[in-house]
Design a protein around this ligand. Structure first.
Ligand SMILES: Nc1ncnc2c1ncn2[C@@H]1O[C@H](COP(=O)(O)OP(=O)(O)O)[C@@H](O)[C@H]1O
Ligand SMILES: [Mg+2]
Length: 393
């Protein structure tokens, strides 16, 4: 029986763990201790921090695993690269993962390889003359911590007056003594899921994003296909392929963040793992295969057999959210059975505590729909969401 090690045991790793089990694999889940649903599903669990590269390698060696993978999170990708390198497993290399985990290294590579990205400068927190360092950049700007994710340590800056407070803000979210200043691109955010296998980009699927505007933008849903002109899509694909090459990503899923401005795609960042918020499902429905299964097969060094010709099923997803802090008193899906409602998931049970939605981890469930057309899928998404009642007191 082959052994797969899955890093993370949260809501986004649960379907990956379930799929591994269904494939008959001995499934090992690793995560920091906590109330994570994946532990109960795996054959064996380790309660360790997945960021700890040494520890992950120690477990991988002791268990003699055949593959290691995650989905929906960036934090453990470097540990995965380290294990893949050390044990000669199929997956992202440590070198590529290091680049993916540091926005400065990533952007420097993009520049070097001619990938379109916002103009930027590396800036030391001690820099006595930042104005000079960023000469040539134009307002509005965005200050970024290079080693965080989930929009932490990222803030828009519209004037020199805001520099000090913005720097203090960034500093709270980084372990580095420098940060990134880049030009703020006023445009439309979108994304893409992609997969690179044996040096070939197997598919690129651009998708639209529903965004919740709180302290920062938080993705709360996605849809595909994303209707752009052929020309724009081709340019986005070109930028993504360039970014994959620049970063040296191989044998991994890819989660790409883009901004579209004047018909041109700017690459914000690429992660060497599948996206969260129903994005694996978006790929599965669109192409008509089980994406989690493909991800696992590649991690095991098997042939994934991507079959991309037969399907192109429009679909859409949205998180379920609470408007206030409190306890769930009841939750009910009042939708009549409908084959185009692909999934309604409640993350919690009555009696559980939930939060007013501000960031992704505050989700309390999700809904995924499909349709003959994108419009149909999106229509159904919002109508069906209205019929889901979650009472929080
Ligand atoms: N150059 C930019 N111009 C405009 N918005 C940006 C820019 N860079 C980042 N953002 C905004 O900040 C969010 C987070 O930035 P990103 O680089 O993707 O970091 P994270 O790893 O936190 O997702 C983006 O989704 C986007 O909304
Ligand atoms: Mg991002």
């Amino acid at each position: 029986m082959k052994k797969i090690m899955i890093l993370g045991a949260g809501i986004y790793q649960v379907p990956l763990i379930k799929t591994a089990k269904r494939m008959g694999l001995y499934t090992i889940a690793v995560s920091i201790p906590g109330n994570y649903p994946g532990f109960a599903l795996a054959d064996k669990s380790y309660y360790e921090n997945t960021v700890d590269e040494e520890k992950m390698l120690e477990i991988a060696r002791a268990e003699q695993i055949d593959g290691i993978v995650t989905t929906g999170t960036d934090v453990c990708v470097q540990s995965i690269g380290n294990v893949c390198d050390a044990l000669n497993l199929c997956g992202i290399s440590r070198e590529a993962a290091v680049i993916a985990n540091n926005k400065m290294l990533m952007k420097t590579k993009y520049e070097e390889f001619g990938v379109r990205t916002a103009r930027f400068r590396q800036v030391s927190f001690q820099d006595p003359d930042i104005k000079k360092t960023i000469e040539g950049l134009e307002f509005p700007l965005i200050f970024k911590s290079v080693d965080s994710s989930g929009s932490r340590g990222i803030i828009r800056v519209d004037s020199y007056d805001a520099f000090d407070s913005a720097m203090a803000y960034v500093k709270e979210s980084t372990r580095k003594d420098y940060f990134l200043i880049e030009e703020f691109i006023e445009g439309e955010e979108f994304g893409a899921q992609a997969f690179v296998h044996k040096g070939e980009v197997v598919f690129i699927l651009p998708h639209g994003d529903y965004v919740f505007h709180g302290d920062t933008g938080v993705p709360i849903g996605h849809f595909a296909p994303y209707q752009l002109s052929e020309e724009v899509i081709e340019d986005a694909r070109r930028q993504l392929r360039g970014a994959v090459k620049a970063m040296g990503l191989d044998n991994c899923a890819i989660n790409a963040d883009f901004i579209l401005k004047d018909g041109k795609t700017y690459v914000l960042e690429l992660g060497g793992r599948c996206g969260a918020t129903c994005l694996a499902e978006l790929v599965s429905i669109y192409y008509g295969f089980d994406y989690y299964e493909k991800i696992i097969k590649v991690a095991l060094g098997e042939d994934p057999g991507f079959d991309l010709v037969s399907h192109a099923v429009p679909n859409a997803s949205h998180l379920l959210m609470s408007g206030k802090d409190g306890i769930i008193v009841s939750q009910k899906d009042n939708n009549p059975p409908d084959q185009n409602i692909y999934e309604v998931q409640f993350d919690y049970r009555p009696g559980d505590e939930v939060h007013e939605f501000r960031v992704g981890p505050h989700r309390i469930g999700h809904i995924i729909t499909r349709g003959e057309t994108l419009e149909e899928a999106q229509d159904l998404l919002f109508k069906a969401m209205d019929k889901i009642e979650i009472a929080v007191e």
